[in-house]
Design a protein around this ligand. Structure first.
Ligand code: SF4
Ligand code: SF4
Length: 308
């Protein structure tokens, strides 16, 4: 199976997980009862009723300890996940799991098919070839996606605050509460506008999870990255397949650690195709002993072909 297929499978599996977590009570906050549900159980601070009536030092220490153990510590653990991901795997999460990234890639693909370039605003030298397409088919597909995906996303995310069964019941009767309507409409508008007008700029400059992975991946001596085999640089045919494959607008042949790279592997596959299975790129952890000379070099030093 190709990397692209593996990647679609992991992206779809993560989207499924996002939908299932509230539906199966794995994780959600019930706004009605003001309870956090975790794996089917209410996650509370474990304080006995009327604890606030006790003012002694022992009672206060108990409350502080419970608060630290049951609220602050788990939250710190969650916050530490993205720096840890970044330190070990760079922006792998963005390229292989993030639902929003997957949506932006779908938008790119439809835009290429409909107007012949990735961006709505301007052409870029690395725009992929759209091939022979029936635009009407892709326009219809885009309209369908623009309606179905944001609404589905809105229902899924609202399910983290209102029990999914309640949302479905309200939808079946057509009697939606203000909270459910606001949740679905708000998320839908956000998804629609970002996927049409913003896309990967949001990943690069706004997303906190992406920025944390970016930062920790950048400073990590061991994080996963894509490298070019400089010793075989003369085999490059300058087909520009690697540049065109990159939806993050990285120029992989520069062989620099680029904070926008999401380790998707599309450039690896493009080069494999061009060079009949002997592509010049590979995943590497850290500096990599065999090909470390590429770090920080200029484009000309990495490859005899101009890649800018
Ligand atoms: S440089 Fe390669 S691995 Fe990185 S984002 Fe671009 S195509 Fe994906
Ligand atoms: S590195 Fe590979 S994919 Fe990129 S231009 Fe050269 S031959 Fe083509």
């Amino acid at each position: 199976m190709s990397l692209a297929v593996y990647r679609r499978v992991t992206q779809l599996a993560f989207i499924l997980l996002i939908f299932l977590m509230p539906a199966l009570d794995i994780f959600r906050y019930d706004a009605a009862s003001r309870e956090l549900i975790l794996f089917g159980h209410v996650w509370g601070l474990g304080l006995k009723d009327g604890f606030y009536a006790e003012h002694g030092l022992s009672a206060s220490s108990h409350v502080a300890l419970r608060f630290f153990l049951k609220a602050i510590l788990p939250w710190l653990f969650v916050l530490a996940l993205f720096p840890l991901f970044g330190f070990l795997a760079g922006r792998f999460f963005c390229g292989w799991l993030c639902p929003e990234g997957a949506l932006f890639e779908l938008s790119d693909w439809l835009t290429v098919k409909i107007i012949g370039r990735r961006s709505l605003y301007r052409s870029r030298p690395n725009d992929p070839e759209p091939g022979a397409v029936n635009r009407i088919v892709y326009i219809s597909l885009a309209v369908m996606c623009a309606v179905v995906i944001p609404v589905a996303g809105g229902i899924a995310l609202t399910g983290y605050f209102v029990a999914p069964k309640t949302i479905l019941r309200q939808m079946a009767t057509g009697d939606l509460t203000f909270g459910v309507k606001a949740g679905i409409i708000g998320v839908s508008i956000y998804m629609l506008t970002t996927s049409i007008f913003v896309r990967h700029a949001l990943c690069r400059y706004v997303c906190a999870a992406g920025l944390m992975q970016m930062l920790f991946g950048w400073v990590s001596p061991v994080s996963l990255r894509v490298r070019m085999d400089i010793s075989r640089a003369e085999e490059c045919t300058n087909c520009k397949g690697c540049d065109r494959a990159c939806f993050m607008n990285v120029t992989p042949r520069r062989n620099r650690r680029d904070i926008s790279c999401v380790n998707c592997g599309a450039c690896i596959e493009a080069c494999h195709r061009e060079l009949n299975g002997r592509g010049l790129f590979h995943f590497s952890s850290g500096e990599g002993p065999a090909h470390a000379s590429g770090e920080g070099e200029t484009a000309d030093a990495c490859c005899s072909r101009p890649c800018g």
